[in-house]
Design a protein around this ligand. Structure first.
Ligand SMILES: NC(=O)c1ccc[n+]([C@@H]2O[C@H](COP(=O)([O-])OP(=O)(O)OC[C@H]3O[C@@H](n4cnc5c(N)ncnc54)[C@H](O)[C@@H]3O)[C@@H](O)[C@H]2O)c1
Length: 283
């Protein structure tokens, strides 16, 4: 079954980026959110992004940008949005119960051939599929932020995901001009598990007082040629997000992943990072 029409659920940071990316590669996208205001905001930000990063850099013409925008339909009614699509990508909040319920609803309502994908950045795909009947069609397609720009897609095979769905999801991901890596379902996959450990260890070092925030970041940037230090990255992603990931990884994989006490304290104190203008740095 050739994929032509895609439904993206959740029009936040990731959903709007995924919709832009898919529409850029010729797919017709139904972008869904429960919040109509957020949907409108998403389209405005896609329009701005297309102009700022693609049209003004002569990567696409303004006519092409308009065609891309016209391929994205904004919808609040999910049942309407899944009609005629061959692929659904969910990008709602990182909440297991919410995603399990959403996938099981989609499983009830979508034709049997439709691929059901989650853009979760850490949650188990196997657990997420637990409430659904056709678990073989549920797969993780982990995009990175900003989705239209980042080169990687992590493809996650749940315990019950079929080889056929993996193949089709891989072809779809490659059609978006991404490099695909395949991972057997495991909390945090490759990327989130590794980056969490790096950032959490940097936070432990900061707590132990072995170096200043600036020196920890400078050391990592210059020693490993990383574009950003772990503490500035944690502020950018959100210290609350890393705490959430750490709690999940330590519950699933063991004590080693326990979030740093300093991270827990900072989140309690609303030092989330850029979002609250205060974290390891002041903004
Ligand atoms: N932000 C990142 O850097 C990043 C990177 C990779 C993956 N992810 C993953 O992508 C997912 C979304 O993250 P985000 O940062 O875009 O979140 P976000 O908070 O920006 O957006 C989530 C959107 O989902 C909508 N939503 C919630 N419940 C819904 C429902 N039942 N139906 C329709 N819409 C609903 C919300 O209104 C909101 O607009 C999460 O699973 C996250 O872990 C995030």
């Amino acid at each position: 079954m050739e994929i032509k029409n895609v439904c993206v659920i959740g029009a936040g940071v990731m959903g709007s980026g995924i919709a832009q990316l898919a529409a850029t590669h010729g797919y017709h996208v139904n972008l869904v959110d429960i919040n109509e205001g957020l949907l409108k905001k998403a389209k405005v930000s896609i329009d701005k992004n297309l102009n700022r990063f693609f049209v003004s850099k002569n990567k696409i013409s303004s006519e092409e940008a308009e065609n891309i925008l016209n391929r994205i339909r904004l919808i609040t009614n999910r049942d309407e949005a899944i009609k005629g699509v061959q692929m659904v990508v969910e990008a709602v909040y990182e909440d297991m119960a919410l995603k399990q319920q959403l996938l099981s609803d989609l499983d009830e309502k979508c034709d049997k051939e439709v691929i059901l994908a989650s853009n979760t950045s850490s949650l188990s795909i196997t657990d997420m599929a637990m409430k659904s009947k056709s678990r073989e069609r549920i797969v993780g397609i982990h995009f990175f932020n900003p989705a239209p720009v980042m080169k990687l897609i992590e493809l996650i095979k749940g315990k019950n995901t079929s080889d056929e769905i993996m193949d089709r999801a891989k072809k779809f991901s490659e059609s978006l001009n991404k490099t695909v890596v395949t991972v057997n379902d495991s909390p945090g996959f490759i990327t989130t598990r590794l980056i969490y450990v790096l950032c959490n260890e940097a936070i432990n070092m900061k707590q132990e007082g072995i170096a200043s925030t600036e020196d920890i970041d400078t050391a990592v940037k210059l020693a490993f040629n990383f574009p950003m230090g772990p503490l500035e990255l944690s502020d950018l992603v959100g210290n609350d997000i890393y705490l959430h990931i750490g709690e999940y990884l330590s519950e699933k994989l063991g004590q080693y992943y326990q979030p740093s006490p300093l991270l827990i304290e900072m989140v309690k104190d609303n030092q989330i990072g850029r979002k609250t203008k205060k974290g390891f740095y002041n903004y």
